[in-house]
Design a protein around this ligand. Structure first.
Ligand code: GLN
Length: 544
């Protein structure tokens, strides 16, 4: 049976627990173990699908169609293990399950309570689908002391007693702040945080201490003494130059060694870090630089496009160049006097990412037009592909009123709501008035690529599977006029009804995809579309 590593956070939020879990997973893998990484989110939303990207960052979608926390993206990027629905649960979903059960009468008249009903449900989630791996890393969202996270803390405390001796450990991530006026690192917040944790019955085995300055040995000893952990289990975690430097850095500080020691596992080989060394070599020694303009709506918060940003970085790794991402607010391109050319001319590639709603859409369409007319590499993702089709319809196919039903009623629905589609679970149906949560075309769907298309050569094949998250589709009944205007439909759903990819054969690099390729890109396995897009941007950079 799997061993469990429970990861909690203290002192402040945003300590990078997700990255820590992902990096520890990568280190255990590099030592030959198999891992799964999962996340408990204490908030009451059933999933993050209906939350604003400004609140929560991007929604990460799994192959099996779950809308999950963006930390699952880190897990997948660092371990290469595809996440599943079973790897992310919110308190909202736990309560939803319990309340549905209560309404059905399944509790046979019992009073339904946090202990044992909520905690049992959390434990069942933690243990589900874990038989096939050596280690399960469970990250608890939030910070110790939060009211919301209490049932999760209680559940992992119980699991520690219920599973075998030596089958669970607790890692607590804290902050050791530097007080400039005193010129000192302060351990007190960590002591308080651990006291809070132990008051809940959880004694951490390992402390990962985030700091901006090297942690002196004396402070490490002090933390060990006051927090009741071994000194070699107090792991300093200095800010890293790149997130991909974190696994090697944590290994150098002894994190994976401390974890194996806490489990009493001996005689394991040192991790094979070749993959991470290669990534760092490519990142630290670039042979050039390209600038990519991302024209979107949520440009104020980079977390809203987390996977996209990483996939662009991976495209850079594949080409040994540094990718500078310029976040451009699409709305600024809508003003009469906006000088879109001045903003976009320095770009070696233009990308219009996924998004929802009409705000900024005319700016996105104007950017597509600029990229098409000026022959600048263009990549449209999801809403970006839809905008490319509307731009093509209006300006190359003579359909001036082309729009999408997402933005309101239109006589020319070049993009429209899909009300029926086939999924692995059978025919899916929805109406315009239906629920917003969980009603999109979600998760992995196959597509067929045309033999002589650019995308078929980029993928090196004709059958692909990519992850989706959208309500609207390019309307295949406009295929003929759009293709006459030069926009070739090079990828379709296997039944030929839903356009999945469009490209412009008369353009150096112009591709739109209905899915989200960024979700599957990894630093050690860059997505072919991103590798190819950045290669085109490199060519472009030699022209301008
Ligand atoms: N808003 C569009 C749709 O629902 C695109 C979604 C997206 O870009 N993820 O189809």
């Amino acid at each position: 049976m799997a061993r469990f590593i429970f990861i909690t956070g203290g002192v402040v939020s945003s300590l990078g627990k997700g990255l820590m879990a992902a990096s520890l997973g990568a280190l255990l893998q590099a030592r030959g173990f198999t891992v799964r990484t999962r996340k408990f989110d204490p908030y009451l939303n059933v999933d993050p699908g209906t939350m604003s990207p400004y609140q929560h960052g991007e929604v990460y979608v799994t192959d099996d169609g779950a809308e999950t926390d963006l930390d699952l993206g880190h897990y997948e990027r660092f371990t290469g293990v595809a996440s599943r629905q079973a790897d992310n649960v919110t308190q909202g979903r736990i309560y939803q399950t319990i309340i549905q059960r209560e309404r059905r009468g399944d509790y046979l008249g019992a009073t339904v309570q946090v202990i044992p009903h909520v905690t049992d449900e959390i434990k069942a989630f933690a243990l589900a689908e874990t038989d096939d791996v050596d280690f399960v890393l469970c990250e608890i969202g939030g910070t110790v002391g939060d009211i919301e996270s209490l049932p999760f803390m209680e559940a992992i405390r119980q699991l520690h007693n219920e599973l075998d001796v030596g089958q669970t450990i607790f890692v607590h991530v804290t902050l050791v702040p530097y007080i400039a006026a005193a010129g000192e690192l302060k351990t007190k917040p960590t002591q308080h945080s651990v006291r809070e944790l132990t008051s809940l019955g959880i004694q951490p085995d390992i402390l990962l201490c985030r700091t901006e300055h090297p942690l002196p040995d004396s402070e490490r000893a002090k933390i060990a003494l006051f927090c009741n952990v071994r000194k070699d289990a107090v792991i300093p975690a200095l800010d890293a130059s790149s997130i991909y430097a974190v696994p090697a850095q944590y290994h150098a500080e002894g994190l994976d060694t401390a974890v194996l020691r806490a489990f009493g596992i001996e005689g394991v080989r040192e991790p094979d870090m070749a993959r991470w060394a290669d990534i760092m070599d490519r990142q630290q020694n670039p042979e050039g630089e390209v600038t990519i303009g991302v024209v979107g709506k949520y440009v104020g918060l980079p977390d809203a496009y987390k996977s996209l940003h990483e996939a662009l970085v991976h495209g850079g790794l594949a080409n040994r160049v540094k990718v500078k991402v310029q976040w451009l607010d699409a709305e600024l391109f809508e003003a009469e006097d906006s000088d879109i050319a001045a903003k976009l001319e320095p770009m070696h590639g233009i990308l219009v990412p996924g998004g929802f709603g009409v705000r900024g859409s005319e700016g996105k369409i104007a950017s597509v037009r600029f990229a098409r007319e000026r022959q600048v590499p263009f990549f449209g993702i999801c809403l970006g592909m839809q905008m490319a089709c509307i731009e093509g319809a209006r300006n190359t196919a003579g359909i001036a009123a082309a729009s999408t039903t997402e933005f309101g009623p239109t006589d020319e629905p070049v993009v429209g709501l899909i009300t029926e589609w086939m999924s692995k679970e059978g025919l899916q149906k929805r109406t315009a008035e239906g629920d917003l949560g969980g009603t999109m075309r979600l998760g992995a769907y196959p597509a067929k690529l045309t033999g002589n298309s650019v995308v078929a050569s980029i993928y090196g094949g004709n059958d692909i599977s990519e992850r989706h998250r959208h309500r609207y589709e390019v309307n295949a009944s406009y295929r003929e006029p759009l293709e006459k205007g030069g926009l070739f439909f090079s990828g379709m759903s296997p039944d030929g009804t839903l356009p999945e990819i469009i490209e412009r054969p008369d353009h150096p690099w112009f591709i739109g995809v209905q899915f989200h390729p960024e979700l599957k890109s990894k630093p050690f396995d860059p997505h072919p579309l991103f590798a190819s897009f950045i290669a085109a941007a490199v060519k472009q950079s030699r022209l301008v």
